[in-house]
Design a protein around this ligand. Sequence first.
Ligand code: ADP
Length: 245
Amino acid sequence: MLQIKNVSKQYEELKVLDQINLNIESNQTTVIIGPSGSGKTTLLRCMNLLAVPDSGEIDLNGTSLIFDPKAPIQRKKVIDFRKKTGMVFQGFNLFSHRTVIENIMEGPVTVLKKKKQEAREEGILLLQKVGLEEKANQYPRQLSGGQQQRVAIARALAMKPEVLLFDEPTSALDPELEIEVLEMIKTLVQEQYTIVIVTHKMAFAKEISDHIIFLEQGKVVKQGSYSELYHSGNERISKFLTTLQ
Ligand code: ADP
């Protein structure tokens, strides 16, 4: 459903992604792992064009983008592409001056042009799904970090994206708040959303992944199931997979 072909990205002299080729399968959970600075976040950001590759191609269910600095991508295509992807960030990124329900309604109303009443009703259902309907009229600062991240998940779901992207979704949370977010993501995995997640939490990766991609210095070093990677004969990767985080 999401194909990444020969994608490269450079910041100044630094080659962050080097000829990446990947297929993300529908209804599966793909986990991106690798050492710090290996390009995981940049790769995820390229999947919804928050970062624009320098070269290569990305296809998402029929929307195809070819990257060439001499031929900028049409704005309409970028918007189309963004609508199909939902991102959940490390730092939640909620609008602080809007209530929880307003945060969730924002995308459907402004981007999908839904009527406010409909967006509100759907938003309440999503808040029920993430167990926070009683917080609808509160502001993000009145919620714990774990609750804010669950609102951010509801906000991403409100756009009915074809793929959900998670960038280290629990790294800003204390361990006791982390669990509620991990449990929420597990529910989405069981419901067979198409998910791509960057995480350092190897036990979690083992539990939820259908496919794992190991990145290093902007290259895909190995990919496969957890067990395939673990038994790949690459001792460093096996060690990485069993590191407690
Ligand atoms: P990871 O998620 O694996 O830690 P990142 O994708 O965040 O890796 O970063 C890869 C490299 O690219 C790092 O060296 C980082 O400093 C650099 N980098 C990331 N984003 C930018 C940016 N916007 N400008 C300059 N350098 C960046």
